[in-house]
Design a protein around this ligand. Structure first.
Ligand SMILES: N[C@@H](Cc1ccc(O)cc1)C(=O)O
Length: 516
């Protein structure tokens, strides 16, 4: 199995990674290497050595010479200690639900590796190499996404990573399903039986939720910009009032993200230029307050980034070790409360974007609000108008997707419940929150492409009516790109394929939007 062709772009070692690094690895748009500098390798080795010596002296180490969790009072005799990690990933092999897709699985591998590189988890350098090899050769453990309470880490989903490193269970490689042992062999590696602490180090952490959070953050960031561009198009299509985005107005309530969105809208609408006829002094809120709605997302992203990146660059298993002071530190860093909060917040922020765009679409299709555009944005000529229904069903679809997005905003973290014989009596549910956030993003992206296509149709209809002046450059570019890829809707046609194509363009971040 040859590795991907791009050159190594980032290093797993002592340097912090950013969300964008994880996204690039997930998409295989960059490659990585494992730090092999002597001091890094020696620091990792020191941890494993310390644990080994401690074990030889028959010290008590949680999860190494004891049972797991509530079973920490059960002593494991030295003769069978080596069998313990295999039991850990084996009894956790009970995940259900859909399998994580390729991008999410790569992100999980990368995030777990970054955590173990912090050097306080007591694993061997060989284990880091084996984990990195999965990423490099794109050998992807099949990870069911359900079954983690997000505190005790993502034990069950991460058991599939631990098992694959040891050559057990199945993996996906280039779309094919094969056994982990065969896949490892094909890339020139042997299964790595885990040492006593290594099962716990791999599994007892927040890598699944944090990986999903990185992917969600990236999608949210692009969606913020796309929703702003769609809003600008809708202001033009609806002949709205661009003065709502005046710089002086926003200087008086200067939330930085909101100010940025207003500036983007000003640039798109070039409000110094000639004005469209003013139908209303004040537009409805879905246009007038768009910087305020989108601004909450824009202002939250830096804070959410901080939560996600701190988790990403942390050691989040238990116990941790200090190899130099020769201490074993028992704690609870597997508790994913920060990611749970970040993802519960993000899904709320994104669902509000779905709602905003759905309201704009409602204005576009309705002749009572759209200032002279045809009913349902139909492009049919007068004599065929009675037959044609244009965007009517697209609007109904957007209403359904918006309702479903809003329905998913119930916070997951408040559903903590005591489990594992009351050892884990307060848990984060961060993995559920992250999966919700991704679902809300998918639904909102659907609303966005529906609204984008409708906005473009609105501009086209204005153009046909001779009511479209010269568009400012950013809007002209998006309009031209859509005109190139999609014919306007004149006679009714089934739009599913075009909506799906728009969705893949969105997911590939196809349209150039705003430079930050
Ligand atoms: N997360 C637990 C460990 C644990 C591992 C596996 C379990 O099944 C349960 C608990 C702790 O460190 O305290």
């Amino acid at each position: 199995m040859p590795p991907a062709k791009t050159e190594p772009g980032l290093t797993f070692g002592t340097a912090a990674l950013r969300i964008e690094d994880i996204v690039a690895l997930a998409r295989r748009s960059t490659r990585s290497q494992l730090d092999n500098a002597a001091d890094f390798v020696e620091n990792i080795r020191a941890g494993a050595r310390f644990l080994e010596n401690l074990l030889a002296r028959e010290g008590v180490i949680y999860g190494v010479t004891t049972g797991y969790g509530d079973s920490c009072v059960v002593a494991i005799p030295p003769a069978v200690v080596d069998e313990l990690p295999r039991h850990l990933y084996t009894f956790h092999g009970c995940g259900l639900g859909q399998l994580l897709d390729d991008e999410a699985t790569r992100a999980v591998l990368a995030v777990r590796l970054q955590s173990l590189c912090q050097g306080v988890s007591g694993v061997r350098y060989e284990l880091l190499e084996q984990l990195h090899a999965l990423l490099e050769h794109d050998v992807l453990p099949l990870i069911p996404e359900e079954g983690s309470v997000g505190a005790s880490g993502d034990l069950t989903p991460l058991s599939y990573v631990a098992a694959a490193l040891a050559g057990e269970r199945d993996v996906r490689h280039q779309g094919e399903r094969l056994s982990a042992a065969d896949a490892l062999r094909a890339c020139g590696r042997a299964p790595l039986p885990l040492k006593p602490k290594e099962g716990l180090a791999l599994m007892n952490g927040t890598a699944v939720m944090t990986a999903l959070a990185c992917l969600a953050f990236d999608r949210a960031n692009y969606l913020l910009q796309l929703a702003t561009r769609i809003t600008a198009m809708n202001v033009v299509a609806l002949q709205g009032n661009p003065q709502h985005f005046d710089e002086r107005l926003f200087a008086a309530k200067p939330h930085p993200g909101q100010t940025q969105v207003a500036a983007w809208l000003r640039a798109d609408l070039a409000i110094e230029g000639p004005q469209a006829p003013l139908h209303r002094l004040q537009d409805r809120y879905s246009l007038r307050c768009a910087p305020h709605v989108l601004g909450v997302l824009a202002d939250s992203l830096p804070f959410l980034r901080q939560l996600i990146e701190t988790e990403l660059n942390s050691a989040n298993d238990n116990p941790l070790i200090d190899p130099h002071a020769e201490r074993v530190l028992h704690g609870g860093h597997f508790y994913g409360g920060h990611i749970a909060f970040a993802m519960d917040s993000l899904k709320n922020l994104i669902a509000n974007v779905a709602d905003l765009l759905d309201r704009q679409l409602a204005l576009l299709v309705d002749t009572r609000y759209n200032h002279g555009l045809p009913s349902n944005l139909s492009g049919a000529p007068h004599e065929r108008a009675m037959l044609n229904h244009g965007f009517k069903a697209v609007q109904i679809g957007a209403s359904a997707w918006t309702a479903e997005a809003l329905k998913h905003t119930m916070p997951a973290s408040v559903f903590s419940r005591s489990t594992e014989c009351h050892n884990q009596d307060k848990v984060s549910m961060g993995t559920i929150a992250a999966r919700d956030a991704l679902r809300v993003l998918s639904l909102t992206e659907q609303v966005a492409v529906a609204t984008l296509l409708a906005a473009r149709q609105g501009l086209w209809l204005r153009e046909q009516a001779g009511e479209l002046g010269e568009l400012p450059a950013p809007l002209a570019e998006t309009y031209a790109s859509l005109n190139h890829d999609y014919p306007p809707v004149i006679e009714d046609r089934a739009l599913e394929a075009e909506l799906r194509q728009l969705l893949s363009q969105l997911r590939a971040q196809h349209w150039r939007l705003y430079a930050r």
